[in-house]
Design a protein around this ligand. Structure first.
Ligand code: FES
Length: 437
């Protein structure tokens, strides 16, 4: 039975949400249909499929999909990874190259645009009334596929707004990540990513990236250890490169408040802007030279002073342009989510920049890192309470009622719950839209 919109609306109040939104299987099913099935979902970067026939398999709203570069047109297609015959998943490989895709069950084969190439033993279909040329026997394309500066998004729905409108102001974050390259382009490092299974609902991860009141508590063990280590260093010793990355996680409430948080349309948002946890990162002279030559002094300063942190592209991805990483949510079940952590190379930049990006990923985002598992432990504790019914409401009152309105955004102190409240406004909008379809 589908929950009525009246019941769904009762789950989200202006400054608290009901715990069942993290644990109820029916709500999860509706989220996949109405939010993940009706918005633009981040699929991957064009550099993951450089050559014709290259593919990468992932999911959208728990459905298996395939991003593949067309061998004829060179464009990037996103197809349902399902055979048109009886629905078997065509490939379970994470990535690879193929001119023709072949289903392992009865051997139907498909071109890279998803059209049926051949079905073995065609005589068996003669005079059966089955038209093998019917599009239903293809690997269907998703409703919409588009990309912005190499970042590929797709939607299961055909009637969504254009990708550019969906991203809105968040395009500046993607622009900044690319513009930090002297060539204006980024590319993924390697063919794969850190993949981190979170045994909890997808929303915890997204919300945490706009929760600036947790680092000084949840990550205290790590940041305290770094502080102790640094204070014991002999005078004049250069701190190890890891220190500049971990140190801000022990920042004060004042530090994070001054960073600020901005809420945008469609549930998007970001922390920082002028100041972030990357502001103090060392600027390597050879990198500055390359940037100056590419852009000139003034434009270079504009690019490098853009300091956003954890831009959330609701509902599927989060971007750290200053360190060139994207983390992607792939919900599996109501209490299981895979988080992918991708790192990018700034084309034309010195190798040192990439090494710092990789260092950051290992230290902060990877399953074996010194920070990410702290967060997961906290999500898991709430998931337990939401699942066993020992808490009814999840509180979102920090700095409630004190948002500042700007053109098409709201801003607040960095430790405000504004970003999370904004995500729930989008959640409600999507859930309501779904019922009217
Ligand atoms: Fe794929 Fe039969 S299910 S060929």
């Amino acid at each position: 039975m589908t929950l009525s919109i009246e019941k769904i609306e009762k789950l989200v109040e202006p400054a608290r949400v009901h715990s069942s939104v993290y644990a109820d299987e029916e709500i999860f099913r509706l989220e996949m249909e109405r939010i993940w099935g009706r918005s633009w979902i981040y699929i991957g970067h064009e550099s993951q499929v450089r050559k014709p026939g290259d593919y990468y398999s992932t999911t959208v709203a728990t459905l298996p999909v395939l991003m593949i570069r067309d061998t004829k047109t060179d464009q990037i297609n996103v197809l349902h990874n399902r055979c048109g015959h009886r629905g078997a998943i065509v490939t379970q490989k994470q990535c690879g190259t193929a001119e023709i895709l072949r289903c392992p069950y009865h051997g139907w084969t498909y071109r890279t645009d998803g059209s049926l190439h051949a079905a073995p033993h065609p005589g068996a279909y003669k005079d059966t009334g089955m038209n093998i040329k019917d599009a239903q026997y293809s690997m269907r394309s998703l409703g919409r596929v588009d990309q912005y500066r190499g970042f590929v998004f797709a939607s299961l729905a055909e009637d969504v707004v254009d990708l550019s409108d969906f991203l809105g102001e968040l395009k500046h974050t993607i622009d900044n990540m690319c513009d930090r390259s002297p060539e204006g382009e980024v590319e993924v490092t390697g063919l794969n990513c850190h993949r981190f299974l979170h045994p909890c609902n997808w929303k915890f991860f997204l919300e945490n990236l706009h929760d600036a009141m947790h680092p000084m508590c949840a990550h205290a063990a790590t940041s305290d250890a770094v502080q102790n280590y640094l204070s014991d260093l002999p005078e004049g010793t250069k701190p190890p490169a890891e220190a500049e990355i971990i140190d801000p996680f022990g920042g004060s409430y004042d530090f994070f408040d001054k960073m600020g948080v901005t809420a945008l349309e469609n549930g998007h948002g970001y922390m920082g802007g002028k100041k972030s946890i990357f502001s103090h990162f060392e600027m390597y002279p050879e990198y500055l030279d390359a940037m100056r030559e590419a852009y000139g002094e003034e434009r270079m300063q504009d690019i490098l002073s853009f300091n956003r942190h954890n831009a959330c592209c609701y509902p599927s991805s989060t971007i750290r342009d200053g360190i060139q990483s994207i983390r992607v949510l792939r919900p599996q079940t109501v209490n299981s989510t895979i988080i992918e952590s991708w790192t990018f190379r700034l084309k034309g930049a010195p190798e040192k920049l990439l090494q710092r990006t990789l260092r950051y990923s290992r230290l902060i985002n990877s399953p074996g890192s010194m920070v990410g598992p702290d967060d997961l432990d906290c999500y898991y504790r709430i998931q337990e309470s939401a699942s066993n019914g020992s808490i009814d409401w999840i509180d979102l009152h920090r700095y409630f009622g004190q948002d500042q309105s700007e053109a098409s955004s709201l801003t607040a102190m960095g430790t405000s719950d504004l970003g999370i409240r904004n995500q729930y406004q989008a959640w409600l909008d999507y859930m309501r839209q779904g019922e009217s379809q």
